[in-house]
Design a protein around this ligand. Sequence first.
Ligand SMILES: *Cc1c(COP(=O)(O)O)cnc(C)c1O
Length: 363
Amino acid sequence: MGQHRAYNFNAGPAALPLAVLERAQAEFVDFQEQGMSIMEMSHRGAVYEQVHNEAKQLLKELLGIPSGYDVLFLQGGASTQFAMVPMNLLSEGKVGAYVHTGSWAEKAIKEAELIGATRVIASTEADRFMRVPAPEEVVVPEDAAYVHITSNETIGGTQYSAYPDSGSVPLIADMSSDILCRPVDVSKFGMIYAGAQKNLGPSGVTVVIAKEDLIASSPKTIPSMLRYSTHYKNNSLYNTPPSFSIYMVNLVLQWLKERGGLEQVERDNLAKAELLYSTIDASGDFYRGCAERGSRSLMNVTFRLADEELEKAFIKQAGEAGFVGLKGHRSVGGLRASIYNAVPYESCEALAQFMKHFQQRNG
Ligand SMILES: *Cc1c(COP(=O)(O)O)cnc(C)c1O
């Protein structure tokens, strides 16, 4: 059977590196001569624990996570973090301060409102979320328990190039769709969280990187599983972790390290994004980029055509040519190419070619 790999531009779950899939396939049935797969063994055994700790260590190494921080592997997706953040960190008399940049920020805000006092301290709604705020637009109130941002809005296709300065108030970022796409100064953040299924691995695990003083103790009024302290004190092994997902994350992290680390990953991501954005910008007005130039995402390239009819034709013909996942999110329409770390330059080249040909036929 020939191996067919699509030009995969899915938004999430998304493309994984072929080398990682092949490695997982090779060790799938008999992991390290244990006579069983990694999924079939105890999470309390030395073999699994080594994988678990290696994934943690690699993440610390790749991101240059300073001492005083820890890494947690949780379940429930980034969506559960929308609730866990205020449950654990929003104390009486304080407000959760949120920067509203689109669909994902809004979900985080809605959950926080269920838990405690929240305030939107900056919003780009007036610009239909086609940009992120400049650092100086974000003014941190004195009673803020934390400032929450969404580093990359996966649906709108916007991303910060400079993060707001939250001073002594912890800055918390939902980095689900751009973690590890470039180097980041972790010391600027109190917490970073990300569902794995875009840039880290398969679905099923959520990575939380946090300052230890934020997660070492949690209110006793919330259920054990929802306390950061429970997972912090137990090396994310309080209950059964999503062991296969963590194993896959470990393979992705090894692959990133072998590629040369995050500086190289950023160079590659810039090349891919520039190729697609320049194709859009050189098309006259045939393709129209959605995000404002200064806020364009390296990960999710969103664009539109003159009308929905033409967009439908684009998606249909792209599908016939082997391109997958180019339809924009149902809430905004249009087109979106998600070009996460694992999407090869060649896929972007093929898409740019297709876009030019489609324009020639329909322009
Ligand atoms: C996909 C996504 C989420 C949701 O993640 P789940 O793991 O499905 O809960 C949250 N935030 C951002 C920015 C996302 O891209």
